[in-house]
Design a protein around this ligand. Structure first.
Ligand code: PMT
Length: 333
């Protein structure tokens, strides 16, 4: 852990020089509801995981972002823009990180896939239970094993304090939460990972130019100006949590341009790895792009998750990164 003490001093008051665009995004965004509550939960989660580790150098915490953000069109929101992301990648990856001993801050879109229940399909929980004798309720025989395993695994992770779930819906909530998590994780140094699987909106309507009330259809065709969401990856990487290990994602529908775009993102934002995936094959195959290689990761058979070999590979890379950082520090001191 780099320049960290047990009390986590220095984690709260981070002074970064934000670009004007980024600063004005945060200044004009509607304030995050439950900010204090989330902030307290994060502090507690991180300090408990410090204490749980044999020593501070072995604390491993990953922030997994998952699902898509919405762009509201009205302040009292009736309509919004959305995207396809189901949150499956983030939920599945969370399970494999926890299995490997990482504590996970799961930053997820409300209503998307959740760790441990992602395989329970689209049926409501009511379908998994049935009335038995008198007023009792039991798990249906046909779902017995999967439900019990999911419940067991979820509670084990929760009781060990290895899973903290923080929900978002809009792009405003997502970016404010990401900033809060990053500033809270700064003290973990190279033991921290950002695994950015969320599909964040590229364009938004600034809060101060947004209609307050429901837009009326009687007004005829709707002209609306959406502006680019400021690129926060550089700020995240260089200012908010500069020693962490960064994995971002690149999704394209045209495989011809995918690897090039992933390579560009790696260099432009100083990521340690970019996971390139194509829309239709994203559950079968991904390519991990780093500064010196491109590694194709495939699931071995239909019942396997591609996230299993993917997380194994990324954890190996993270361990090498920590070693290099420690060697660098030893060399300097
Ligand atoms: O959820 P699923 O249905 O399982 O699908 C998974 C997925 C296809 C959504 C996922 O694997 C994936 O590729 N996510 C990233 C989609 C994408 O192309 O994002 P982007 O090009 O808009 O952003 C690039 C990276 O920066 C992403 O890692 C994104 O999380 C991150 N980002 C982008 C903008 C921003 N303001 N903040 C960010 O963190």
């Amino acid at each position: 852990m780099e320049s960290v003490n047990n009390s986590m001093d220095g984690c709260d008051d981070i002074q970064g020089v934000l670009s004007t665009e980024v600063k004005s995004f945060f200044d004009s965004a509607p304030p995050l509801k439950d900010y204090d509550h989330f902030s307290e939960k994060l502090k507690l989660f991180i300090s408990q995981n410090f204490q749980r580790s044999e020593n501070q150098n072995s604390t491993r915490i990953v922030c997994v972002t998952s699902g898509g953000t919405t762009v509201p069109l009205e302040q009292r929101c009736v309509r919004y823009l959305d995207n396809f992301s189901s949150g499956h990648r983030g939920a599945t990856s969370t399970e494999y990180f926890i299995k490997s001993g990482y504590a996970v801050i799961f930053l997820y879109r409300r209503g998307t896939c959740q760790p441990y229940s992602r395989n329970l399909g689209e049926e409501t929980f009511l379908e998994y239970f049935e009335p038995s004798k008198g007023t009792e309720i039991q798990v249906r025989q046909s779902h017995d094993e999967e439900v019990k395993n999911a419940v067991r695994d979820y509670h084990t992770a929760a009781e060990k304090g290895m899973l903290l779930k923080l929900p978002f819906t809009t792009i405003f909530e997502y970016l404010q939460l990401l900033k809060l998590v990053a500033l809270s994780m700064k003290c973990i140094g190279s033991g921290g990972i950002f695994y950015l699987a969320a599909a964040a909106s590229d364009f938004f309507v600034p809060w101060d130019s947004m209609a307050e009330h429901k837009i009326q259809s009687s007004g005829g065709p709707l002209d609306m100006r959406l502006i680019p969401v400021p690129k926060l990856l550089s700020v995240l990487r260089n200012e908010w949590a500069p020693s962490a290990f960064y994995i971002s994602f690149k999704l394209e529908t045209d495989s011809e341009i995918l690897l090039n775009k992933a390579d560009m993102a790696l260099k432009k934002y100083g990521m340690h790895a970019v996971v390139a995936n194509e829309l239709t094959t994203r559950k079968e195959e991904v390519v991990v792009v780093t500064s010196n290689k491109k590694i194709t990761v495939r699931r071995c058979h239909q019942d396997e998750d591609v996230e299993k070999p993917l997380i194994e590979l990324l954890i190996m890379q993270h361990s090498q990164y920590i070693q290099q950082k420690q060697l660098g520090n030893a060399y300097l001191s």
